[in-house]
Design a binder for this molecule. Structure first.
Ligand code: TYM
Length: 331
């Protein structure tokens, strides 16, 4: 049985990388009538110093954002991670089979901890909680952007280790990645880097909630190169190719079609065309997000219903884990 699980951190506004790499995949899978479970992973958002008031606002905002992007709570299970205690329970069980060196090698941990004097334990075991998120649902597929691949490999390894020690329990979850250019959308300021929420320069990204002026400004300032033609070559011309990828997504046109259309344009003029296309693509989504966000009662109800559905799936899985581990006494 196929079951899809994914998660997103409630850290402020999402950017086009999150949308193209992950959320739009989720909407497609939902519309193909797959079984999709989506978690707003609030516990993952407190591994570095956080502002509690901001976090609770962000949880509601993320709910509105996902709905505005087309997630339908009648079709998928959409819930807040911390309301389903099975995640942290399973995290503990998995942390007893996961080793410290295995976690210390993970690139996201290295990146996030490198400037910290005192590293919180939660940051270190973050990927174990992520594995628990996935395995608690016995998920078979995990649609994410490229930056998550190594963390999902940990979930695969832990599933395998658990199964071999305690008997077959978890399917090994497969990673689902969209076409290469969307799986790692690049920063507008440095096309060698991915577009990221944590980049201090807001001009490096397009957020779903940016207004038209901000979108035009950021795309106009996007770093390209010294060639003025518009051609696609992700390796040699990552900056302009990144813009072409975004353009292709929001217009639903192929890369060839776009390059043909922009044949007589220089990159400066082309950027304005991309910006215009992004602004008009985002407008209806932004309106929807705004509308959902203005109804917190409805959002709370969605999360409440989602929690019940989520627990319905994972509580029996946790029971099975507890039996296998000898935590439940059989007489
Ligand atoms: P998060 O919240 O950082 O990102 C959410 C999703 O957006 C994708 N993404 C990108 N895709 C393409 N290009 C980019 N520049 C880009 N930036 C971000 C991410 O790959 C992700 O799919 N650890 C996870 C949350 C998580 C999770 C899970 C995911 C917790 N438990 C279980 C899957 C399954 C994270 O921080 O994603």
């Amino acid at each position: 049985q196929k079951r899809i699980f994914s998660g997103i951190q409630p850290t402020g506004a999402i950017h086009l990388g999150n949308y193209l790499g992950a959320i739009s995949q989720w909407v497609k899978l939902q519309n193909n009538n797959e079984e999709v479970v989506l978690s707003i992973v609030d516990l993952h958002s407190m591994t570095l110093r956080h502002d509690p008031k901001q976090l609770s606002e962000n949880i509601l905002h993320m709910t509105a954002t996902l709905l505005g992007c087309g997630i339908n709570p009648d079709k998928v299970t959409l819930f807040q991670q911390s309301t389903v205690p099975e995640h942290t329970q399973l995290c503990w069980c998995l942390s007893c089979i996961c080793t410290m060196p295995r976690l210390a090698h993970l690139p996201q941990y290295k990146e996030k901890s490198k400037d910290l004097k005192d590293i919180p334990l939660g940051l270190f075991i973050y990927p174990v909680l992520q594995a628990a998120d996935i395995l608690a649902y016995k998920a078979t597929h995990v649609p994410v952007g490229e930056d998550q691949v190594q963390q999902i490999q940990l979930a695969q390894d832990l599933a395998r280790m658990f199964n071999s020690r305690f008997g077959n329990t978890f399917p090994e979850p497969h990673t689902l990645i969209t076409g290469t250019e969307f799986a790692r959308l690049r920063s507008l300021r440095d096309p060698q880097k991915k577009m990221s929420k944590s980049d201090p320069d807001p001009k490096s990204r397009i957020c779903m909630t940016d207004n038209p002026d901000e979108i035009v400004r950021n795309i106009k300032k996007a770093v390209t190169d010294f060639t003025s033609e518009v051609t696609y070559d992700l390796e040699k011309r990552p900056g302009v190719s990144n813009l072409i990828s975004i353009h292709s997504f929001v217009t639903n046109k192929s890369i060839e079609e776009i390059c043909l259309e922009a044949e007589n344009m220089n990159t400066g003029k082309y950027k304005l065309m991309v910006a215009e296309a992004v602004v008009s693509y985002l407008k209806p989504i932004q309106d929807q997000i705004q509308q959902y966000y203005s109804d917190p009662g409805y959002l709370m109800q969605v999360l409440q219903d989602g929690k019940v559905k989520a627990r319905n799936i994972c509580s029996s899985n946790l029971e099975e884990v507890e039996y296998k581990l000898g935590l439940r006494i059989n007489i």
